[in-house]
Design a protein around this ligand. Structure first.
Ligand code: HEM
Length: 479
């Protein structure tokens, strides 16, 4: 049987030169016009299947997930840097299942998470205060807030207001993850023997990436873990995911390894993604003032002006919930998801998909398919909170969070964190275009490449809605 269609390969290197250096999801979407929704290419002997529609992704990654839930054995990211220790790119098998169960237990359901909401709220008040004091640094505050929420839950650690050491290391380590797991391959991933070349050899700059990435990752995983371990031993640990797993008994080195990396997984997988979501929120509020004012009208009507929104208000805020989902659809933070790998030969729609194929779900394309989401580049929360008698547009959760047994286990966590940020900020601030020399500045709408994509830096104006709003931020922080 034939492989799925795609651009013609050349001998030996196959389609290596057809894969662009960055944002390959855009190229894969262009190929769709020529080759359709299932495309395949071959890069240095490796078959890569690109899925441009949810229908095929659900069929191959969800319904046949037993055959398609492995991850690539990333030589650079996994072996050399060490990300293979985390859940995100661990190989499918017993260790993976045990690991995933542990993570699911703490972040998997909405009801469990609601028990943590007071932590989220507290970090939220601190975040609002930071915005009030230095609104121009909103992107830094967003990064701070994402780390603050996760670290208090994963390690019982309250991040410092300035220069927090854990956050700095995490930012460093995560930038290497995004760089080395993206769809644009490093040669060492396709020709693993290259890793044995000495670092002075031409074309081996990956050695430096490996060394620096490894140092940052080890520090990011070990430091908070060692701190909690010491606190547990001294009987002064705050309740947290890691403290609970360490418990009272003596642990074997293997058990310690799993706990250290499970704690790290929350921090590693959850922070960069929610940071991107936070920045997208400020960008969209700058670009769509009418959405902002509709959202504020809903908050004012439900919550009033005497307090800030809480998780208990969530069910009564359908427009805010729809805004949260729509912002994740509109930007599609993980545009190609994280690569899945097949574990057996398979036949699908008359095409042969060999064992070991890499599958890239082109989630960016799925989320911007005009047949599914009319005017897909417009930001319209109404898609998911339609007026009476209208049907919502297709549920985008797969296209945002992935598929099957590797689907993001942090969906409930992510939606809670984004809800907290969106509702708390809109209750007290107005966001608009920044002004320079009396002129409005159009924010850049560009984005970074990599597994986790962020908006490019942009400016906006963030001002309190009223004096009462200022009082509310200060008052909540005191309580
Ligand atoms: C807006 C925020 C987020 C987005 C857009 C997002 C998206 C994704 C995507 C696309 C995947 C790959 C799914 C697949 O392979 O099919 C993934 C995996 C994962 N996510 Fe998220 N995520 C977000 C937040 C979080 C949070 C807050 C956590 C944890 C606290 C988390 C933990 C994980 C983990 C552990 C994996 C790996 C799962 C596995 O390989 O089995 N994510 N996420």
């Amino acid at each position: 049987l034939p492989f799925p269609p795609g651009p013609k390969p050349v001998p030996i290197i196959g389609n290596f030169l057809d894969v662009p250096d960055e944002k390959s999801w855009e190229t894969f979407s262009k190929w769709r016009k020529q080759y359709g929704d299932i495309i395949s290419i071959e890069v240095l002997g490796r078959r890569i299947v690109i899925l441009n529609s949810s229908k095929h992704a659900i069929e191959l990654l969800e319904k046949r997930s037993l055959k398609s839930s492995n991850r690539p054995n990333f030589v650079l990211a996994g072996e050399m840097i060490g990300w293979k220790n985390t859940l995100v790119i661990s190989q499918y098998g017993d260790r993976f299942k045990e690991f995933r169960k542990k993570v699911h237990r703490v972040i998997g359901t909405r009801s469990i998470l609601e028990t943590y909401y007071h932590h989220v709220e507290r970090q939220g008040y601190r975040f609002l205060k930071r915005l009030l004091d230095a609104p121009e640094d909103f992107a830094d505050h967003v990064r701070w807030m994402a780390g603050a929420i996760i670290l208090v839950i994963s390690h019982g650690y309250e991040v410092q207001d300035e220069g927090d050491p854990y956050l700095a290391t995490a930012e460093d380590a995560l930038s290497y993850f995004s760089l080395t797991t993206s769809a644009e391959p490093f040669l060492v991933d396709t020709l693993p023997f290259l890793r044995y070349l000495p670092s002075w050899f031409p074309g081996t700059s990956f050695h430096k990436i490996a060394k620096d990435g490894h140092r940052a990752l080890e520090e990011m995983a070990s430091k908070p873990y060692e701190a909690v371990k010491a606190q547990v031993a001294e009987g002064r640990a705050l309740p947290s995911f890691t403290a609970e797993l360490i418990g009272a008994k003596t642990l074997s080195p293997e058990e310690e390894h799993v706990i250290k990396w499970a704690g790290h997984t929350l921090f590693g997988a959850g922070s960069d993604t929610t940071v991107s979501a936070g920045k997208v929120f400020f960008l969209l509020m700058t670009l769509y003032p009418e959405v902002q004012s509709k959202a504020q009208t809903e908050i004012d009507a439900v919550v009033g002006l005497e307090r800030l929104p809480t998780i208990q208000d969530r069910e009564q805020l359908p427009y805010i919930n729809a805004l949260t989902v729509e912002l994740l659809r509109w930007f599609t933070i993980a545009p190609l998801g994280i690569t899945h790998v097949t574990t057996v030969d398979d036949v699908y729609e008359g095409y042969f998909i060999p064992k070991g194929s890499y599958i890239f779900p082109n989630m960016w394309q799925m989320m911007h398919d005009p047949d599914v989401y009319p005017d897909p580049f417009l930001f319209k929360p109404e898609r998911f909170a339609p007026g009476e008698g209208q049907e919502p547009e297709a549920d985008p959760h797969n296209g945002i969070f992935g598929f099957g047994r590797r689907q993001c286990p942090g969906i409930a966590f992510a939606e809670m964190a984004v809800f907290a940020q969106v509702s708390m900020v809109l209750a007290v601030f107005n966001i608009s275009k920044a002004i320079d020399d009396g002129k409005e500045i159009e924010p850049s709408q560009g984005r970074t490449t990599g597994t986790i994509s962020h908006p490019l830096p942009f400016r906006c104006s963030i001002k309190p809605r009223s004096q009462k709003a200022v009082g509310l931020i200060q008052e909540e922080l005191v309580h």
